[in-house]
Every structure is written in C-alpha cells, then in structure tokens.
Ligand binder design. Structure first.
Ligand SMILES: [Zn+2]
Length: 655
C-alpha cells in the first residue's frame, strides 16, 4: 500500500487531538511491559528475556530457519476473466488445484471473497467511516458465486458454501488427505467498484482489477486457517503457485498484468513486438506504444470485437491486471527482466520517467538484498495510489517525478516484502510495510543522491518517530493492522524502518546486519515467516541477543531520552579530568553517541553500545583525561542519528 511519507504527520496530529489529557497521563504512567522472570522474581528490565516466542519445533527452528518438516500449501490457478465495459462488471471462472502439503486431512477450505467488502452493510462499511479510504462509497457490489464444484474422477460435484462476508467456507465433497490435490472449478461475477478501498477500481474506461478471484486462504502450522476478514486496512496472506491468466477485453484495450504475455502475435502489432525485442536488450526506455500510435489507431491490430490476452506467472502469491484503451507503453530491461510503464497521455509529462524508475528499483533491490526473480515488472497509471501486486505496481498521475518515484519504488519494493518473503500482512503489517519502507530509503538515495545518503534520507522518518513519542501518540507495532486507528497506520511503516536503520547503522553495523537480513530473505523466500522467525534469524546470524531491541521497537511504546546529567572537571599536571554521568530518562535504550568539543576547536566522537545500560538502565558514568586541551562542550547524538524525545538535555557547555 502507498507509502505515507507525507501523510504521516497530518495523521499523527489528528490522532493526537483524539487522545484526552487523562489518557495521555495514563499512557505515560503505564508503559506496556513484557517482563521476563529471573529466579522467580519478575525481571522488568528492558533487557529481560522477551519470553514471547513460541517453542521451536520441527516446522520452525530455534535459530529462525524453516524446520526439517516445514510445509506449506500450494495453490495453482487457471483464471479466465471477461471485462464488460458496458455494465462495468467482471465475469470469471477458474480451476484451482489446491495441494495439501500439511500433515492434516482437510474436510473444508476457506476462500477469500473480497468483493463482498463492497456489499451494503458489509463489515468494511460498518468499521470504517462512509467516504473514508476503506469505507463505503455508496457502491452496491459483492461477489456473486455462480458455481463452485469439486472435480472428482472427471465429474463435477457442487460444493456447499457458507458466506462469512469476505471469507467463504467451502465444504469439500471428499476429504483432502496429506499430499493430495483437490481440483476445484468455480465461476462468479461482480460489479466493479469505482473506488475499491484504494486497492482496485476504475476511472472512465480504465480498469484496475485485484481482489477479483476466490483466493484460497492460508492454512499454516502456526494458526491453521487464517480467516481474518478483509476490511481494507490489513492486506494479504496468500499461498504460492503457478498461474495461467486469460483476460478478455474489448479489442481496443491494452492489458498489463502479473506474468509474461503468451500470445503477443495475437494482441500486439508487428511493430510493437519488434520494439519489445529492442527493449529487452536496452537499459534505457524504448517506446512500445506512443501517444501518436494511440491517436492514429496504429496501437491496436484491430479495434472491433474482443481480444483475449494470455499470461503465465510462476511461483507468485497473486495476480492482478489493468486495462485501458489509452495506455502508452514504455519498456526497458535489467538483466533480462523487462521494466515497463503503462500510462495515459494525460500523465505522460511525469510518467515518461516511470519505466526507468521501475528499472532502477529492481536493480537497487536486486543488488543489495535478493535478485529479482520475475521476468518483468510493470508500473501502471490509474486511479489507485499506490498498490502492489506481484510484478505490478499501481500509482496515480503524481505531482512530479520524485513523488512518482516515491510510490513506484515503494510498490515495486513490495515484490521483496511480501511477494517474495510471504509473511502474513493481515497479522503483522510491519513485516512487509516496515521492511519495504526501510529498503526504499536506499532506493531513494540511489535515485536522488543530492538529498543525501540513506541515513540522511531517513532523517525525516526518525523525526516522525520522535514526534509520535513526544506527543504520546505512538502505538505498539506488533499488532494486527485492523486494530490500529487508520490515522496511526503510518507508524507501521516508519517505526520499523527507523528500527532497522538503527539496527544496521548503530547497533549491529552494516556488515552483520546485511548478512542477517539477507539470510532472512533467502531462508524465507516463497515461504511464510512469522515475526519470531525474523527475530531469531537476526540474532542467530548477527550473534547479538536483541530482546531489548525487539521489546522497545516492536512490542511496546518505550520512549527514548538520553541526557547529560552532570559533568565535573578538574585539572592536574597539565591534564583535564572529566567525569560525565549520562542519563537515560525513558524506558527505551539506544547506543550512546557523544561528541566532545575542545577549546582549540577540535572534536572527538565516542560511541558506547546500548548494552552499557544493561546493569543500570538510567545512569552511566565515564571518566576521561585530556592532555593539553580542555573540554568546551559535550553533545549527545550531535548528528541526530538516533531517536530522542527531549534534546534540550543533550548538551553541556563549559562555563
Ligand atoms: Zn506499502
């Protein structure tokens, strides 16, 4: 979902006004605690064992890897969609081959019927305010299932369904034993909402389709069936599989979709096919369909009747698509992957940069974290801002090129989290939005180096975290997104991102952090990691126990306030003796970054790890001797690399 970099401050301010003075007082007095125990006595130290992790088992190991008997289900789909632009509706059918790799026999499955969010009186319309981002906009929609059968020995048996809103229970005609595959045939239709909760929708003749087919819910070793409803705010948790997709549209339409186009000779002109071949070898954008092609009619092989576009996608969690008769189309490539942009001529002044933005994004994330595994990436312009699907990023026209890049590189970054690393977004939103926001800071620094390196680029995010703490509007990060006030959802992006920056730059160091983070991605690529699997991998590979960090950064709203409590100086034998007592006035701990400035104008920076607070989390004393110079001032965190809610107590100046 869209990166709320600019929206977060406004959201936080709104949230603050809703909090009463009494509630703020209570929040200050009662910080959430997750005490460990030490010899039977509650250990309330920030450094105590976290004691929140489930026991390791054969599915998930104590060091954060998938275990020897790790399993996950598999869902392969053949999907056929027909767009009716007169009634603005979609009719579709599928064959789903659902493979049970669990040790359990399944008598039913759950599927996501997410268009039901747009029915009157859906839970979505009741939870969120009418007219809001996720709320109702007076549209009457909903999935209408026309048939749902299980194919057994070649014959179809109609299945009993129970509609539970955005999830539907499907009773199988015969039990599905371990290692067996059920074949399910279904057909359905729905009216396409104008505003699909900011995740799909339409604008004039342009359509963006997602949440459009009955996707099987995840059955896993942690929670069994994950049946959280789709309310709009919490995103997805989906199984991997191979997809065949056919999309039938009016012949004048151009379709962008997850996957690789299979029938270019049927749906493209010879000119477009040769331009695409050129783009596949070019690291700068090549126009495939120009504005002139659109206006002259040269863009389409024919414009009457319908045309069916066929795509294939391997090992993805989902497929989405967009279609418009007005799409300009540019393409470039990075190491064999095609980077594409589709946009209407009215967006061209900004979107002519989009194919290059898409290319740079996959280059950045591939080089730093994990190679992009898919054959193409597409940025598509339309009403949705912004939304991510495998190989497909949706974004609006945008204000300017940096604004477009901000969203495009974010939505493309989601191909790493959660499209490759398939965490549960409906339970642990930060595991994709937060991680993605973190990798975006490198991508932003790469495209716009004049704005500073990654840490400078992320200074705004650290300021946002400080602001929420200073105003007591912060929320614990490890909670389901549908339990968070939408005005505070931005914290799920920025706080984990800032946490990972600090872990990388100030706590573990880039070498250890990158080793651990890359290991996490590699271990859990195309699998379903929990937060525990992430925490354990980071500790195991970096060699640092980080209970305190996970506690303060993900489980509680511990705040940060370092101070210089006192400084005493004395002189003897030409040397200055200095005793500094550093204070930690809030519950959270961070490393100490201190700069001594001397009377001769020189400076000296000294660093202490966060563990110096482990025996006394509020007071830390150090003594120094300086020969031939005297201290004129001492400053904590002079470069604002950390988070600190009160910087008025960070400096000492000699009298
Ligand atoms: Zn996002």
């Amino acid at each position: 979902m869209v990166h709320p970099r600019s929206a977060v401050f406004a959201a936080v301010l709104l949230g603050m006004t809703a909090m009463t003075a009494g509630a703020q007082q209570q929040a200050r007095q009662m910080p959430p605690q997750t005490p460990g125990t030490l010899r039977g006595v509650p250990d309330t130290s920030i450094f105590a064992d976290l004691n929140l992790y489930p026991s390791p088992n054969v599915y998930r190991t104590g060091d954060g890897r998938p275990g020897a008997q790790y399993w996950q289900q598999r869902a392969d789909y053949d999907l056929h969609a027909t767009l009716d632009t007169t009634s603005k509706s979609l009719s579709a059918s599928m064959t789903l081959r659902y493979t049970n790799n669990s040790p359990d026999t399944l008598r039913f499955i759950w599927v996501q019927t997410e268009q039901n969010a747009f029915r009157p009186n859906s839970l979505n319309t009741l939870v969120y305010a009418p007219g809001s981002r996720f709320g109702s906009r007076n549209f009457v929609g909903g999935d209408i299932i026309d048939s749902f059968d299980q194919v057994i020995k070649g014959s179809k048996k109609a299945l009993k369904l129970r509609d539970n809103g955005t999830v539907t229970k499907v009773d199988l005609a015969e039990p599905l034993a371990p290692r067996k595959t059920a074949i399910l045939d279904a057909s359905w239709h729905f009216a396409i909402p104008l505003h699909g909760a900011d995740r799909m929708g339409r604008d004039g003749s342009l359509y963006e389709l997602a949440q459009w087919y009955p996707r099987v819910n995840v059955y896993d070793d942690v929670r069994g069936w994950n049946t959280e409803p789709y309310l709009g705010q919490g995103e997805f948790y989906l199984e991997y599989g191979d997809f065949k997709l056919s999309v039938t549209v009016p012949a004048g339409y151009i379709v962008a979709a997850t996957g690789t186009l299979q029938n270019a000779h049927e749906v493209l002109t010879a000119t477009e096919i040769s331009r695409l071949a050129k783009a596949a070898k070019s690291d700068t954008p090549v126009p495939i369909i120009t504005a002139a092609d659109l206006s002259s009619g040269a863009a389409r092989p024919r414009t009457t009747g319908t045309m069916t576009w066929q795509f294939k996608a391997h090992n993805v969690r989902d497929v989405a698509w967009a279609a418009s008769p007005d799409y300009q189309w540019d393409a470039s490539s990075y190491k064999g992957a095609i980077a594409q942009a589709y946009y209407r001529p009215s967006a061209a002044l900004i979107w002519d940069d989009a194919a290059d933005q898409a290319r740079m994004s996959i280059e950045e994330y591939s080089e730093r974290w994990f190679p992009y595994p898919y054959p193409q990436i597409s940025a598509v312009e339309g009403p949705i801002s912004g939304m991510e699907y495998p190989m497909l990023a949706m974004e609006t026209k945008s204000r300017d090129k940096p604004d477009l890049y901000n969203v495009v590189t974010h939505e493309i970054g989601h191909n790493w989290f959660p499209m490759i690393v398939g965490s549960n977004e409906r339970m642990h939103f930060w595991q994709d939005e937060g991680f993605n926001t973190f990798i975006n800071t490198f991508s932003e620094a790469r495209r716009y180096p004049a704005n500073g390196d990654q840490m400078q680029r992320a200074a705004e995010e650290r300021a946002q975290v400080e602001f929420t703490q200073r105003t007591n509007t912060d929320v614990p990060i490890e909670q389901g997104p549908d339990r968070i006030d939408p005005r505070k959802l931005g914290q799920e992006y920025t706080k984990p991102s800032v946490g990972l920056q600090l872990l990388r730059q100030e706590i573990l160091g880039p070498e250890a952090f990158d080793d651990a983070f890359r290991t996490y991605i590699k271990r859990w690529a195309y699998k379903h990691p929990t937060p525990t699997d992430f925490f354990r991998t980071m500790e195991s590979v970096s060699g640092e126990r980080l209970d305190w960090f996970w506690r303060e950064w993900f489980y509680t709203t511990a705040h940060f306030d370092q101070a210089i409590d006192s400084v005493e100086t004395s002189n003897a034998n030409g040397a200055q003796h200095v005793v500094v007592i550093y204070g930690n006035h809030a519950r959270g701990v961070l490393p100490i970054r201190v700069r001594f400035t001397f009377s001769d104008g020189t400076t000296q920076d000294i660093e202490y790890p966060a563990l110096v607070w482990s025996t006394n989390s509020s007071r830390y004393m150090r003594e120094y001797d300086f020969t031939g110079k005297t201290v004129s001032r001492i400053d904590l965190d002079p470069d604002h690399r950390l988070v600190d809610i009160d910087r008025t107590n960070n400096s000492w100046i000699a009298k």
